[in-house]
Design a protein around this ligand. Structure first.
Ligand code: DP6
Length: 361
């Protein structure tokens, strides 16, 4: 498939008005996407667990305009109130996708969105937000072009989500999604995320992710700045090769359920992402002292208890604590006893691996 396959060519049905809604989750990368090329093409392939509790719900009401609008006609409500600061993001997104969704200029949209997690939690909402929005737009497109098959629907929705935010293309389905061409992953593509189809050991089917909110403030470094920093980074090429290797290493690990090896890949990926930021020009430290405290506590706990708890990080100070269902009680106790003290206002979110977005009525 190429980008061109996503440009509609067949005639569309006339629909005056309607509404659609989706709930879409966030995801947490095991092998990280960090660095991209022109057009939201990832510099390396990535893989993520789809989450469940952290999600965005988006509803769109649409109404045909009398004539095509020069710009995009929409109202945007976040958690019930207008949110002008979000409008530019949506404008940019609509501009990027308008050649693939020409109907965007023919309708007025009222977009209402809300998150299941607190806005100022330091949790990036772009993955859940952009995937929910892309799915709603595809649902409208499906009404305009009846007979669209499910496979095309989900691929184009992920393709559009990617143009909103790269990691968003991995949020539509679950429980594991890869994005980006990888020599050992059949059908892998830079254009959209695909569910991971290889054999997965049952231990990974119920994995937990408790998100420790170490710093609830605005992200210190935006993804845009972060991805930009990888361009011309002295270690960029080695990093991209390493991501390919790590994804290749994960394949037999996901099959065998070897948690020791899983931990090595996942923690190394998290630390590498941060190392790239620390060694860039300009350079950034995204961890806070409490991030490191938590990491050290996790390592000490693993050593003394034989647990398989491990961590991963996004491009920020919060820590995602990953562990299997079989260790739930033990690890939860450890989190409450030892880790929560390092969270801002003792706040954390209990999430787990999920199955992807759902359509709402
Ligand atoms: C660190 O998807 O937020 O979470 O494409 O510019 O929107 P844009 O970037 P974004 O990057 C997220 C990167 C990451 C790692 C990952 O999810 O793979």
């Amino acid at each position: 498939m190429t980008e061109k396959d996503f440009i509609p060519s067949n005639p569309k049905v006339l629909i005056a008005t309607g509404k659609v809604a989706y709930k879409s989750p966030s995801n947490i990368a095991l092998v990280k996407y960090w660095g991209k090329r022109e057009g939201q093409i990832p510099a390396n392939p990535s893989i993520s667990f789809t989450l469940s509790a952290c999600a965005t719900t988006t509803k769109i009401q649409f109404k045909k305009l009398d004539g095509p609008s020069p710009g995009f006609a929409f109202d945007f409500l976040f958690e019930g109130s207008p949110k002008p600061s979000f409008r530019p993001k949506i404008e940019t997104f609509f501009k990027r996708i308008s050649s693939y969704c020409p109907f965007l200029k023919e309708y007025h949209f009222t977009i209402e969105t809300s998150n299941s997690f607190p806005h100022s939690s330091g949790i990036a909402s772009s993955a859940s937000g952009m995937s929910a929005l892309a799915l709603c737009l595809m649902e409208i497109e499906r009404m305009l072009y009846p007979g669209m098959d499910d496979d095309f629907f989900i691929k184009k929705a992920s393709f559009l989500a990617r143009l909103g935010s790269g990691s968003a293309c991995r949020s539509l389905e679950g429980p594991l999604v890869t994005w980006g061409v990888h020599e050992e992953i059949l059908d892998s593509t830079d254009l959209y995320g695909i569910p991971y189809k290889e054999e997965v050991h049952p231990i990974f089917k119920n994995y937990h992710d408790t998100i420790l909110l170490v710093d609830k403030g605005q992200k210190q470094v935006s993804s845009t700045v972060g991805h930009d920093l990888v361009k011309g980074h002295p270690f960029a090429e080695q990093r991209f090769q390493q991501a390919h290797r790590n994804l290749g290493r994960l394949k037999p690990i996901l099959k065998s359920g070897s948690l020791e090896e899983f931990i090595q890949v996942v923690e190394s990926e998290a630390l590498t992402l941060h190392a790239i930021m620390m060694t860039g020009d300009p350079y950034f430290v995204l961890m806070k002292p409490n991030t490191l405290e938590i990491i050290n506590r996790i390592w000490a706990f693993r050593e003394e208890s034989g647990s398989h708890v491990c961590f991963t990080l996004d491009a920020g100070a919060n820590v995602h604590v990953l562990y299997p269902e079989t260790e739930k009680e033990k690890v939860n106790q450890f989190i409450v006893n030892e880790l929560v003290a390092y969270c801002e206002n003792q706040q954390y979110i209990c999430d787990r691996i999920g199955q992807g977005a759902v359509k709402l009525n």
